[in-house]
Design a protein around this ligand. Structure first.
Ligand code: NAD
Length: 498
């Protein structure tokens, strides 16, 4: 199979790494090298930042009207739409996600997101108001922040990149973006699609390790804002680095989502929801349900139904239409999952399903959907983000206990609660310390509604008008309407003499 050789996109040009080195990109389903990508250096990252800075300061992008930026984003959405099947196939090949998921979920959402922010920027209003004292008129403007750097994880390479690209560009910022090294391909393909649409320097893609390139993007003083989706430990380091010039920081970090099942919940609906939300994208999702708290009265029936459904998950080649679950993104991620399963068993949890590499699949980083019961709150499989297909099921007696345990992790991204009484469900949702709570659902995101965490899951919202606001800063312009040489408040300084 032909190996594609990519370059980085800096200042409107396709360039190799200044070190001359490249790294391999692997298909996790076959373990074959599918591409070579430049191993960028800090110098390359600086070059990209300088180019974004120059483009921003020249006004070529921020000075465009909202209508002009809106039209450009719309044309990007259209070109992505024309190429969506090819992009979905590449995403599937690079991440190992099933083709049906990449094609029918990632890509439609990417296109919708570009269109949403194309529209939203035309609705972003400042405000104008008479000053209370009647001496002036205040104008509140929303302006772009400047140069934004964005650092992207590997689980939704293009989709999460678009969560940053669309609002940042819509608001008039220029951008340097870094994909995760496992999955750089679709972002580079996206840059190819947009190279003739966006002015030079407005959009730059650099590839290479977080420790070098990512560090430069987070610490360089020409960058005004850094937006990151990644692990909590990465977010903490980036926050520290960003403090060098007090950059604005936008962090979307990990999750360990609880899934609370009340005694009156439909077992069929709740188990269906738990299976899908625990194992979609091979569980490499920050909102994936990972801790199911089931009322003791229905626990056994729930587990029995859950296991029956887990048995039906078809693992295999992600390019196959009938596959439900592909491999994990890397050997490292598969091994990490395996280690957590061993740890769960050692800690005393009971394996109700899975727990192994699937038999009969010789290549690829596959792991079975795995369900633990008898899990205790303090166990590491309950407290730590595994980012692999491992679901823990726990019993509870009272609602207070379920809420307390659901909240008892450092994460606060997403949660769900299942049952029949809407008043009770809403009260529980109010008590959950998570940025996103679903009722009788787990996992739905839409472009119009915000997504983002509480606690160590970070701050700053993706999606929605709240995200667009994140990529702007507020300016207050005050216009004197008295026309007086000596304004009334000057008397506070001068007294009323003179
Ligand atoms: P990661 O933190 O290892 O890497 C994320 C990105 O940060 C990569 O591009 C990486 O190269 C870069 N990076 C790593 N170290 C860096 C450093 N020291 N300085 C600057 N950049 C650095 O995360 P991952 O393994 O790619 O992704 C999985 C994580 O992302 C999970 O914790 C998951 O929960 C989280 N995630 C969160 C959301 C959300 O919306 N909250 C969405 C998806 C994934």
């Amino acid at each position: 199979m032909a190996i594609e050789h990519y370059k980085m996109f800096i200042d409107g040009k396709w360039v190799e790494s200044s070190s001359g080195q490249a790294f391999d990109v692997i298909n996790p389903a076959t373990e074959e090298v599918i591409a070579k990508v430049p191993l960028g250096t800090r110098d390359d990252a600086r070059h990209a930042i300088d180019s974004a800075r120059k483009a921003f300061d020249s006004g070529v992008w921020p000075d465009k009207t909202p209508m002009e930026r809106s039209n450009i984003l719309w044309s990007i959405a259209e070109i992505v739409e024309k190429n969506s099947l090819r992009l979905a196939q590449l995403e599937s090949k690079n991440v190992g996600k099933t083709i049906k998921y990449a094609r029918d979920s990632d890509l439609p959402f990417i296109i919708d997101n570009l269109k949403f922010f194309s529209g939203a920027i035309r609705n972003m209003e400042g405000r104008a108001a008479m000053n209370y004292s009647g001496m002036g008129l205040s104008v509140i403007k929303r302006e772009p922040i400047g140069v934004v750097s964005a650092i992207i994880p590997w689980n939704y390479p293009l989709y999460i990149a678009i969560w940053k690209i669309a609002p940042a560009l819509a608001a008039g910022n220029t951008l340097v973006i870094k994909p995760a090294s496992y999955t750089p391909i679709t972002l580079l393909e996206f840059a190819k699609l947009t190279e003739k649409i966006l002015p030079k320097g407005v959009f730059n893609v650099v590839t290479g390790p977080g420790e070098t390139i990512g560090t430069e993007l987070a610490s360089n003083s020409k960058v005004d804002m850094v937006a990151v989706t990644g692990d909590i430990s990465t977010g903490k380091k980036i926050m520290q680095m960003a403090s060098s010039n007090v950059k604005k920081v936008h962090l979307e970090l990990g999750g360990k989502a609880p899934f609370i099942v009340l005694p009156d919940a439909s077992i069929d609906a709740a188990t269906e929801g738990a299976i899908v939300s625990a194992f979609w994208n091979t569980a490499q999702d920050c909102t994936a349900s990972t801790r199911v708290y089931v009322h003791e009265s229905i626990h056994n029936k729930f587990v029995e139904t859950l296991v029956k459904k887990a048995k039906k998950i078809r693992i295999g080649d992600p390019s196959n239409e009938s596959t439900d679950m592909g491999p994990l993104v890397s050997a490292k991620q598969r091994d990490r999952t395996e280690q957590y399963v061993k740890l769960g068993i050692k800690e005393g949890a009971k394996l109700a399903f899975g727990g192994n590499r699937p038999k009969g699949i010789k290549r690829g980083f596959y792991f079975e959907p795995t369900i633990f019961t008898n899990v205790e709150q303090k166990m590491r499989i309950c407290q730590e983000e595994i980012f692999g297909p491992v679901l823990s099921v726990m019993k509870y007696k009272t609602i207070d206990e379920a809420v307390e345990k659901a909240n008892d992790v450092v994460y606060g991204l997403a949660a769900s609660v299942w049952g029949k009484d809407i008043t009770q469900l809403t009260n529980i949702a109010n008590r959950l310390r998570f940025g996103e709570v679903w009722i009788n659902e787990h996992g739905v995101l839409v472009s119009e509604m915000p997504h983002g965490g509480y606690k160590q899951s970070g701050f700053g919202k993706d999606l929605s008008i709240y995200s667009l606001e994140e990529y702007t800063q507020i300016k207050h312009i005050y216009i004197d309407t008295t026309g007086l040489a000596r304004k009334p408040w000057y008397y506070v300084v001068y007294g009323d003499k003179g």
